[in-house]
Design a protein around this ligand. Structure first.
Ligand code: 5GP
Ligand code: MG
Length: 252
């Protein structure tokens, strides 16, 4: 004690502090219980509740965005509707060969990379279907282009499509060359069915006639970015479909 230590040594000191927190000793145990109850009531993980928080990105997310064509909510609602259309058609197609949506090895979704990445990621989570993915990559707007330079396959298509139900999905239909190219290659493998879908259908004259079974939105003839679509590799992460202002796109 004379050296300032607790009487009886460290073990007694630990015992004393534990005693202070025991339920019959209200000095600390009452505030402690109150704290626990408060945490339980108010600090519950927020993901269990609909979030009242504003968007986590500033609006607009990038200063060079001129205007929004479709918001996150509009996109999400339309993706759900497209998913329902796809499920209905797949159900009908599968029934023709005595299969169901849950049968293995029947349905292959082919996203055209990179633009369709976010659209397809959202869409397939709305499909209660036993499906697999077969990626392919087509380039038609190389680098800082804002008009098609002709579609070029950048990676092989899956080679196991015979007898399967195929849904090809792209971000946007413009001249039609990308989807026409992919469609022609897939048809050579004799799939059981082939359907094409896009998030956006740009109102431009097609250089090739190609019909889409699923279209999210029709848009005017403008260059759009966001929700997977890029300009020179950027803006894919913008959660809305937007138009850039002219200063962001150098004049050629
Ligand atoms: P198409 O081959 O039909 O002319 O063009 C389709 C492809 O061109 C899409 O997969 C997309 O990569 C690109 N594309 C067409 N229009 C736009 C657009 O407005 N914005 C962006 N970012 N890409 C586009
Ligand atoms: Mg593309």
């Amino acid at each position: 004690m004379s050296d300032g230590s607790f009487p009886g040594g460290p073990a007694r000191r630990a015992g004393f502090f534990i005693f202070l927190f025991l339920p019959p000793f209200p000095l600390f145990s009452v505030p402690l219980c109150a704290l626990c109850v408060k945490n339980l009531l108010f600090n519950f993980p927020t993901s269990y509740y609909p979030s009242p928080l504003p968007p986590t990105y500033p609006t607009p997310m990038f200063p060079e965005i001129e205007r929004t064509l479709f918001t996150k909510d509009q996109i999400a609602a339309r993706v759900k509707e497209l998913a329902q259309e796809i499920v209905r058609d797949l159900e009908t197609d599968l029934a023709k060969d005595d299969h169901s949506l849950q049968d293995e090895n029947r349905v292959i979704i082919i996203p055209i990379m990179t633009g369709a990445m976010i659209f397809v990621a959202d869409l397939i989570r709305e499909l209660p279907v036993k499906l697999s993915l077969g990626l392919t990559s087509v380039r038609s707007y190389p680098g800082a282009s804002i008009s098609s330079k002709g579609a070029h396959l950048e990676s092989d298509l899956p080679d196991n499509l015979t007898g399967k139900h195929i849904v090809v999905l792209d971000d946007i239909l413009d001249s039609g060359q990308t989807l026409a190219l992919v469609k022609a290659i897939i048809l050579k493998q004799n799939p059981a069915s082939l359907r094409l879908g896009v998030m956006l259908d740009k109102q431009t004259p097609r250089t090739i006639d190609v019909k889409c079974d699923y279209v999210g939105f029709q848009i005017p003839d403008e260059f759009v970015v966001g929700y997977g679509l890029d300009y020179d590799g950027y803006y894919r992460n913008h959660p809305e479909i937007v138009i850039l202002n002219q200063n962001a796109i150098p004049k050629r």
